[in-house]
Design a protein around this ligand. Sequence first.
Ligand code: AMP
Ligand code: MG
Length: 312
Amino acid sequence: MGEAYISKARAVEILLSGGVVGVPTETVYGLAAIADDEQAVSTIFQLKGRPSDNPLIVHVSSIHQAEGIAWVDNQAAHLMERFWPGPLTLILPYKSDVCSLARSGLNTVAVRLPDHIDIRDIISSVGKPLVAPSANKSGRPSPTEAQHVVDDFARAVAVVDGGPCRIGLESTVARVTGNNIAILRSGAVRAEDFVRLGFEVQVQPGEYHRSPGTRYRHYAPEANVKLYFSMEDLLIEAQKSGSRVILSVSNPGLDIPWRQLNATTIYSELRRADALGVKEILVHCDTAVRSNPALMDRLMKASELGTNDIGT
Ligand code: AMP
Ligand code: MG
């Protein structure tokens, strides 16, 4: 394939002919295929090097379309009306039109209506839901710019450039059972947002088998990522010899490359540090960072504190 960047119309053509394309969403860039096309879905698993027991999120362009693939009860409908389009994925009982491979054979399906006009336009033109896992090679930080997709897949996948992702972290994944919500992956929609609507919420870091992807190490750059709660401890490490980058909310004032730390740019900064070829990334997790569960979750997974299996 010769083209790196393509129009939405070209992306629709490629998808309809059984291909895979890179598409922007407000969370991260996705690698898209038609959800009921088992052959195309299997290409995604191969391209990413993703284990087949890690199911994909199905993206829709309307609540009506979600009702075609999943059984939507009143509570789930309430969540869709409140949070869609947006960074919330709902795990619901499976109804039809999503191939078994995309669901890893489960009788549930993960559904989301993304808040980015480009992917919604593409889904509408295709007329069918699309799977779209993050468009990165397994174990690499998720892509938040079109260039990141090109970096990971060279010219094997063409991408629609929709600009930098507004949110920059993957969606919240929530399983809804009546009035109970289990948060299987943290994201921009938080536990307190559900509680405010009267839901009972459990955050279940231990319940890995329910959301297979969370047991794999994600988001990891080549460099060693070390997390510090105190700037004093970070500065002691920073004085040692070796090539380092510091990620912090405020400038530590050292003669070492420093990058602003926030949820929107964390993945691009991890990729940038890798491009510099540094050995270590020292991260200052101040109270503002620690009060953001989604950002802390991704930092833990990028660091040695994450599990060692390579995934997604
Ligand atoms: P990604 O596509 O890389 O953003 O990851 C999708 C996340 O949703 C992974 O953590 C999956 O394990 C999770 N997921 C997808 N489908 C299901 C499902 N049917 N049940 C539970 N978790 C799911
Ligand atoms: Mg991913």
